[in-house]
Design a protein around this ligand. Structure first.
Ligand code: HMG
Length: 397
């Protein structure tokens, strides 16, 4: 039996505000297909991706995260924020949390705990659930959950077309304006080598076909656990936001869950059911931990009125951990959306030609501690300006 936190003595808890950020540049996948002599339909139809975000030399997970978080703070202030959870698998330091740089760049007070979480594309969902737990203990507290990632594969590899970059910052609190998170959540963990990135590599290693099977198996397991714990029926979800390494993956996952629930939707029905969750992701590409929350922003920004509707969140991180849970869209949520901001952010990226994209992809940072300055390209408020004595340097505009 689902516990709507609104029915309990505690107030509802969930996402009060959700802001996205992405890169300065983009690459049209038709130009990538052209470069490799591939039919562009393989990308636009076969995997359902049209454009991918590409970081400028002066961007990284911190600058994207700071952009998204600063906009949350500009609207909501910092009162009550006691925790910042930074979810990423594109870590810039083995010791210091990327969240501490963001904490400083956006001007949060010292009375905020900051920590980084990692489990491939899943960790933002863990962070959201941990945030709900902290707020259940003290409903006066608010938590910033910030997911920021850069999906990078080798040039010429089959994963290259599924790169991308984005950050999603969420303010989690009691009596949220957007989405009240429901109990229970279904979880599934299994040790598989479908996708991984050893510390010495800047690009991921992946068993492409195996990763699709692992994703479907884990999402199925998380759904089964959700059902076993008394979750709501499959038919009660107005929409489901799936992790989207590429948008076609969401359609595969939805069909898989539909079949597990005794349904047999046509491809056209699946595509129509998921369309509003896929609009941003097909133009941004994979954003790893942020991806499922990019899908949520896309749904809320584009769907007809969802007030009172139940939305599913289906999170998957290779390796692997999956989680399925529901949330109820709150009355008045449309007054709290950021559709114009998100659309402008995507539309104003500067397109790269293939040569410029390859130069950026091949750029590496010095590892010997010498002073290094990045090229100033970025339009956003925060820049990664370089390195000095092994320290990363940032500035806010
Ligand atoms: P591939 O093997 O080069 O592509 O790479 P393919 O030959 O399988 O073709 C892809 C689809 O395009 C197929 O459709 C083809 O039929 C179709 P499907 O059979 O799958 O429905 N196709 C065409 N359609 C129309 N016109 C054409 C045409 N040609 C082919 N002319 C692959 C695909 C996804 C494997 C590759 O991009 C890859 O390895 N990507 C990275 C791994 C990945 O994204 N895995 C997803 C699941 S794991 C996950 O989501 C976790 C992750 O986000 C990481 C994390 O958790 O941290 C990745």
């Amino acid at each position: 039996m689902t516990t709507s936190l609104t029915d309990a003595a505690t107030p509802s808890i969930g996402i009060h505000d959700l802001a996205l950020a992405t890169s300065h540049h983009s690459l049209d996948l038709e130009s990538l297909a052209d470069h490799h002599g591939i039919d562009p339909a393989k990308f636009t139809v076969g995997i359902g991706q049209h454009v991918m975000s590409v970081l400028a030399a002066d961007e990284d997970i911190v600058t994207m995260a700071a952009d998204a978080t600063a906009r949350i703070i500009a609207r909501n202030g910092t009162d009550g924020i006691r925790t910042l959870l930074f979810a990423t698998e594109s870590g810039i330091d083995q010791s210091k949390s990327a969240g501490v740089y963001v904490h400083s760049l956006v001007g949060l007070p010292p009375t905020v705990r900051v920590v980084e979480l990692k489990q491939a594309c899943y960790s933002a969902t863990a962070a959201l659930q941990f945030a709900v737990g902290l707020i259940a203990r003290d409903p006066s507290q608010k938590v910033l959950v910030v997911a920021s990632d850069v999906a990078r594969y080798d040039l010429g590899s089959s994963g290259e077309s599924t790169q991308g970059a984005a950050a999603a910052a969420m303010l989690v609190q009691a009596n949220p304006a957007l989405l009240a998170v429901e109990n229970p959540a279904g979880v599934y963990t299994e040790d598989v080598m479908d996708f991984w990135r050893p510390n010495y590599r800047s690009t991921a290693l992946v068993d492409g076909k195996g990763s699709i099977k692992a994703y479907l198996n884990a999402i199925g397991g998380a759904w089964q656990d959700y059902a076993d714990q008394g979750g709501e029926p499959f038919e009660s979800f107005a929409s489901i936001c799936y992790h989207q390494p590429f948008t076609k993956m969401a359609t595969k996952a939805h069909r898989h869950l539909a079949v597990l629930n005794g349904q047999n939707p046509t491809p056209v029905e699946v595509a129509a059911y998921l369309e509003d969750t896929m609009r941003y992701n097909r133009l941004i590409g994979n954003s790893y931990t942020a991806s499922v929350y990019v899908a949520l922003a896309s749904l809320l920004d584009h769907a007809d009125d969802l007030t009172g509707a139940r939305v599913g969140l289906a999170s998957y991180g290779s390796g692997s951990v999956a989680e399925f849970f529901g949330g109820v869209v709150q009355p008045g949520y449309r007054d709290h959306l950021r559709r114009e901001e998100h659309t402008a952010m995507i539309d104003t990226r500067v397109p790269l030609d293939h040569t410029a994209y390859e130069v950026l992809h091949k750029t590496t940072l010095p590892e010997d501690g010498r002073e290094y300055r990045t090229t100033a390209e970025r339009a956003g408020s925060f820049r990664f300006v370089g390195l000095n004595e092994h320290r990363r340097l940032y500035e806010r505009g």
